[in-house]
Write a protein that binds this ligand. Structure first.
Ligand code: ADP
Ligand code: 5GP
Length: 187
């Protein structure tokens, strides 16, 4: 069996995490790539499951030791994919789902050009995106502003992706991602 690396990217608040959870429920055989980050844990998040929560010092040492396939500084925190995570999927020959930012997605494709499928989750409109972020109630005024400032750059990069899925109706968007998976999965 071969692995396919499915990457979901989108501006913050577009529904990536919600869609990723649904896909993982439908595909218990898929692994989820747990990223490393230096951002503070949100309530309900579990270390080692949602993220590996690291100190800046630990993260920087791992960069120097070459332990990351890709990393970015986003909203003032480091986020990155550990080589050991990807190896987990490749050695077992199972597919893996990634929830990473647009730049990280393109870096992952450069690292594994024949194995990645890049899916961009787009919001129905910027106004809807703002509402979803505000309603999620996880950001203070300052981090909300930072997240919204990045949206234009992120939307501009969607042309680089293999597929674009608009997350208007959640069930329809999940179904569209499922159709992409069935078209592209390596047997
Ligand atoms: P992301 O991981 O992209 O930052 P989330 O999955 O956390 O986004 O979604 C942001 C918020 O929007 C959450 O509160 C989620 O429940 C809600 N949401 C996601 N998809 C939809 C949708 N299609 N319609 C309405 N609300 C949605
Ligand atoms: P959040 O703080 O909302 O969990 O994530 C913020 C952003 O960081 C999202 O766009 C998310 O996809 C991205 N992100 C999470 N993990 C990684 C990673 O390993 N690498 C990169 N490049 N981005 C990541």
């Amino acid at each position: 069996m071969s692995s396919t690396l499915y990457v979901l990217s989108a501006p913050s608040g577009c529904g990536k995490t919600t869609i990723a959870r649904a896909i993982l429920q439908n595909h218990p055989e898929f692994l989820f790539s747990v990223s490393a980050t230096t951002r503070p844990k949100r309530s309900g998040e579990v270390d080692g499951k949602d993220y590996y929560f690291l100190t800046r010092e630990d993260f920087e040492q791992r960069i120097v030791r070459g332990e990351l396939v890709e990393w970015e500084e986003i909203y003032g925190n480091y986020y990155g994919t550990l080589k050991s995570e990807v190896e987990r999927a490749l050695t077992q020959g199972v597919s893996m789902l990634f929830d990473i930012d647009v730049k990280g997605a393109l870096s992952l494709r450069r690292a594994f050009p024949n194995t990645t499928v890049l899916i961009f989750i787009a919001p129905p409109s910027i106004e809807t995106l703002r509402e979803r972020l505000v309603n999620r109630n996880t950001e203070d005024e300052e981090t909300l502003k930072r997240r919204l400032e990045r949206v234009a750059m992120e939307l501009a990069m969607q042309n680089e992706f293999d597929y674009v899925v608009i997350n208007d109706d959640l069930q329809r968007a999940i179904q569209e991602v499922e159709t992409i998976i069935s078209k592209t999965i390596k047997k």
